[in-house]
Design a protein around this ligand. Structure first.
Ligand code: BES
Ligand code: ZN
Ligand code: ZN
Length: 496
């Protein structure tokens, strides 16, 4: 994986044999309109673009041979009017023209924010997971990107792009890793090896420590596997921090469903079931690398959900660290069990904001399709995440914690059951309601819950369809940037 060197300047650099200049093609009614300060000079004016099948549709790319040089064109449709669109365009350019070492992008850039988002899109889309390819490995040749604009992009802005794209790469490497090679202890070890960052400390809890700490959810899910569960606690505590952000992530390195075994088709994709844990680890590392003055504590709840003679039986009852009891009627609703432990531990620290993230329910796809992350929780926390996601250009959708559904989790012998067999109504919401039971109170006297939100990115964590915008196939790295942005906004607020 190469990291790209970005150069931002108003002057158009000279083209060389291993570089391509990319200009914009907008739509002016039905007519194509060339855009970019050097477009006129590039010899494009005399060409009949329509006859050459050039498209001005948003994100459409084409290449033309002009004299002895190759010129790239990017369709801009009605224009790059938002930072979200700029990221998509960056993704399209970065995907179509990454076979050359150097790229010059000369399209209209309306603001610094748009310039940055474009560069972010280019950086993110360069990712490829080819660890297990024995033959020829296709990878990006891109080393330098020159962005032609008079808008200001600072060195700190470019550092942020580099830190975020590294965080996304590390997330995607973990999430794409197959279950035979990524098991709980291994995942913990990899995360530990990445944690040598100023202000960051890390603890790995094995089965013995998990038992001592009464982390029964993680132990119960992990007990069917010969590869035991782990909890990883990452703390980033800079001296100047006042606000405290706690993160909890689902880390099922493979989810077979356990004794409530998944069908053959449904089991595919279950290596991605640790995406929540990977996401919070890398978001925490990115926050630390950026030196944000925020305390972050991340709890990675890691286990492998396997059926075996030692696995949890449907209708087993477990007692959690906070005293609540759960009858596990479906061992495939395991995410909420490991997350419950993480939420209890995180709540004990009384953070200012508590966010959990999990590939929790297939219901997320039913309700929201492939790209949106479901967001539930307390109003304040929801608002903070919506604001951050919007700034990061990530798709979240606020869903209700529909109270009436919780009654359906009644158990005959325990406090509640972990799923409603045979009743799929609002499955994602029921997941949220279950988790809410394990969120602590703001203070011992207060009846108010901590400021908490739950993100269900069961489908947004992984793109099993065609690449789009800056999303590649497989793990998306979705929500890492939103979580980092949440921390940035907490830091900005704390300053005031
Ligand atoms: N890991 C799955 C959820 C999932 C499904 C993630 C599809 C990604 C794609 C989770 O553990 C699960 O199996 N959930 C059950 C919950 C149900 C039993 C309440 C589900 O969604 O069917
Ligand atoms: Zn499951
Ligand atoms: Zn799962």
């Amino acid at each position: 994986m190469t990291s790209i060197s970005f150069k931002v300047s108003a002057s158009v650099p000279k083209s060389t044999s291993d570089s391509i200049s990319v200009y914009g093609v907008g739509l002016d009614g039905k007519d194509l309109k060339l855009q970019g300060s050097g477009a006129k000079l590039a010899g494009l004016k005399s060409l009949n673009l329509k006859a050459l099948s050039v498209s001005g549709a948003f994100e459409a790319t084409s290449r033309l041979s002009v004299g002895s040089t190759v010129v790239g064109l990017i369709g801009l449709g009605g224009g790059v009017t938002t930072h979200a669109k700029a990221r998509e365009v960056g993704g399209a350019i970065g995907r179509a023209f990454n076979d050359v070492k150097s790229l010059t992008i000369d399209i209209p850039i309306a603001s610094s924010e748009i310039a940055l988002a474009l560069l972010e899109g280019i950086a993110i889309v360069q990712y490829e997971y080819n660890l297990y390819k024995s033959g020829e490995k296709k990878s990006s040749a891109l080393k330098t990107v020159n962005l032609v604009t008079s808008k200001t992009v600072t060195k700190a802005d470019l550092t942020r792009v580099a830190v975020l794209s590294q965080a996304l790469n590390q997330t995607r490497d973990l999430v794409n890793a197959p279950g035979n090679d990524l098991y709980p202890a291994k995942m913990a070890e990899i995360v530990k090896s990445q944690s040598k960052i100023p202000g960051v400390t890390i603890e790995i809890w094995d089965e013995k420590k998990l038992a001592k700490e009464k982390c029964t959810g993680i132990l119960s899910v992990g007990q069917g596997s010969v590869r035991g569960p782990r909890l990883v606690k990452i703390t980033y505590a800079p001296v100047k921090a006042k606000a405290h952000l706690a993160l909890v992530g689902k880390g099922i390195t493979f989810d077979t469903g356990g004794i409530s075994l998944k069908p053959p088709l449904g089991i595919l994709g279950m290596k991605y079931d640790m995406a929540g844990a990977a996401t919070i680890a890398q978001a925490t590392f990115a926050i630390a690398k950026l030196g944000l003055p925020i305390k972050v504590t991340a709890f990675l709840c890691i286990a492998e959900n396997m059926p075996s003679g030692s696995a949890t039986r449907p209708t087993d009852v477990i007692t959690f660290r906070n005293g609540k009891t759960v009858e596990i009627i479906n061992t495939d609703a395991e995410g909420r069990l490991v997350m419950a432990d993480g939420l209890i531990l995180a709540s004990e620290l009384k953070p200012d904001l508590l966010i959990d993230i999990a590939t929790l329910t297939g219901g997320a796809r039913v309700a929201l399709g492939n790209r949106y992350t479901g967001l539930m929780g307390e109003d304040n926390a929801v608002a903070a995440i919506e604001k951050a996601a919007s700034a990061a250009g990530e798709l979240v959708w606020h869903m209700p914690l529909a109270e009436e559904l919780f009654d359906l989790l009644k158990s005959d012998i325990a406090d509640f059951v972990n799923s409603r067999l045979g009743n799929p109504a609002g499955s994602m919401l029921v997941g949220g309601l279950f988790l809410r039971e394990f969120v602590g109170l703001a203070s011992p006297k207060s009846k108010e819950r901590l400021n908490w939100a739950h993100l269900d990115f069961a489908t947004a964590a992984n793109n099993d369809l065609a690449p789009y915008g800056y999303a590649v196939k497989g793990a998306t790295g979705s929500m890492v940037r939103t979580l980092v942005t949440v921390a940035e906004q907490m830091a900005a607020k704390q300053k005031k």
